[in-house]
Design a protein around this ligand. Sequence first.
Ligand SMILES: *Cc1c(COP(=O)(O)O)cnc(C)c1O
Length: 406
Amino acid sequence: MKYINKKLTIEKLSVETIAKKYGTPAYCYSFKQFKKNILDFKENFKSFSPLICFAIKSNANLNLIKEIKQFGLGADVVSMGELMMALKAGINPKKIVFSGVGKTSNEINYAINKNILLINAESENEIKEIEKIAKSKKKRVQIGMRLNPNTDAKTLSQISTGKKENKFGINERKFLELVKYCKKSKNIDLQCLSVHIGSQILDYRPYEKMLRVVDKVIKKTDYNFQYIDLGGGMGISYEKNNQSLNYKKYNLSIKKFLKKYNSKIIFEPGRSIIGNTASLISKVIYVKKNSKKDFIILDVAMNDLIRPALYGAVHKILPANKKNKKSNKSYEFVGPICESTDKFSSVKNFQELKEKDLVVLHDVGAYGMSLSSNYNLRLKPIEILVKNSKIKVIRKRQTYKDLLNS
Ligand SMILES: *Cc1c(COP(=O)(O)O)cnc(C)c1O
């Protein structure tokens, strides 16, 4: 996104033009950014060509998954719905891994029928359930076991998953015991050790530590894992500070690790592929004056983008049209929902806004639309993809008819 003649543009199309034609709020994705992210990700780890399984939960738009498939990526799914969506988009089942602590027998059954690459199990009882279902089908099923490496990802506590107090993964002692169990099983084919320590990770050192734990555990198992699934979690820079993960360092520690093991590496990135590809275009409904700061009441709310309310996340907000006049307004950007957490951010030194002005929230591609809801019976926004400077509607705006019939 950049300003051309003071107009904010996405691949040369102005936000104003898009909003006029498609209305607001609108999620708008840039194909160019998206392609760059995938190619950069591949380039960062090209020496060992990992299998990259896009984490569908970060963005489950069918058309986007179809685009992702074109780059040869697989999928990481966490529910039957996501598995069905990945298959519908044409992703090869042999590039699909299924994660999550609470897979139901119905979901396991479906995944086995579809012959996906791996069911990444997260507990003893889940492994036994998979075994039981596999046995009833007279099949041998490929699984992974998710290790809880007790590693602090040094990210927000709400999105940290690799510590022993988190519900995710299997602790070391149990893991070692279960490797032995799987070795003896006729219906379980243990192929993978998986880990995922959290999300929005910007420091490579937790990953280094995670790799050391994985190394130590594999040594103790004396087992040859075909795959090592290192999960996702690579962070992106949301605010001005431009912090980013040091991929070179992460790549080097994986290369070092691979000198000892000839396993195939799997990654499950979500945010790092899709996060910075989208903007959320919104219109000012009211400017509500207050003694200290003015409230800017937008037509976008926490039902459209819940990250600020859920994690205290901050998304950069910029005006669609820059004004010449300097002004230093203090604004609090909020949505219309009846919750005090329906608030995006407080900003100083913003240009003066009027009603009907357009603003854009940045970097909303991951955990934006996929976490949206109909709370307050608000309609879900439209999703648009800008590809080669052409607009494609990739999901229609929900209508009151859809809403009232559901
Ligand atoms: C959420 C999740 C991911 C994706 O995380 P990102 O931070 O979006 O890269 C990958 N693997 C698992 C198991 C997850 O739960």
